[in-house]
Write a protein that binds this ligand. Structure first.
Ligand code: HEC
Length: 154
């Protein structure tokens, strides 16, 4: 009887330990990971299109608004990737992520890093406030989106 209790207690302790480990991994649930990265992309896109509107002339170019958007855009470019990186984050329901991501992980990661570098550069250039330079830096950052989506997004 005593022996059984010890085994039960041991099993309970193991369960507790493993649920703590799970809780530390925010992306263990595939659906939550998908939702997380899609929301991150969506906030990133929101800043991106506000700048795009100015670059196209749909809204007047405003250097300080552009600089603020560029800063938030740059901050957001680092957010989606961890939600691709763990086992639980592989395509779940409602995802447009293609399996090619995980069979070309190094290339995918490189593209994600290039986006972040170009976005950081855009934020720095936009902060200086010269419109022509800002437009060029924007176009540079913009190229990353389609290039990656063509390969890795449905
Ligand atoms: C390194 C690859 C990569 C780069 C670079 C990239 N994306 Fe994506 N993007 C993805 C993948 C993969 C998905 C699909 C995610 C999913 O559905 O799980 C996605 C999804 C999206 C979505 C849809 C989010 C939703 O609500 O479902 C938007 C919007 C988006 N990206 C915008 C952009 C913009 C804007 C850029 C450039 C500034 C960009 N992305 C750059 C890989 C990338």
């Amino acid at each position: 009887m005593k022996h059984t209790k010890i085994i039960v207690l041991g099993a309970l302790m193991m369960t507790t330990t493993s649920s703590i480990a799970l809780a530390q991994n925010a992306f263990n649930d595939a659906n939550k990971a998908v939702e997380y990265r899609q929301k991150a992309f969506s906030v990133m896109q929101n800043n991106f299109s506000a700048m795009g509107d100015m670059v196209r002339g749909d809204t007047p170019f405003n250097a300080s608004i552009f600089a603020a958007r560029a800063q938030d855009f740059a901050a957001m470019t680092s957010i989606p990737w961890p939600a691709f990186a763990t086992e639980g984050a592989k395509p779940g329901n409602n995802s447009d992520a293609l399996p090619a991501i995980w069979s070309n992980w190094a290339d995918f990661t490189e593209r994600a890093e290039k986006l972040q570098a170009d976005a950081k550069n855009l934020a720095a250039v936009a902060a200086a406030g010269v419109e022509a330079d800002t437009r060029r830096a924007f176009m540079n950052a913009a190229r990353n989106c389609k290039a990656c989506h063509d390969q890795y997004k449905d």
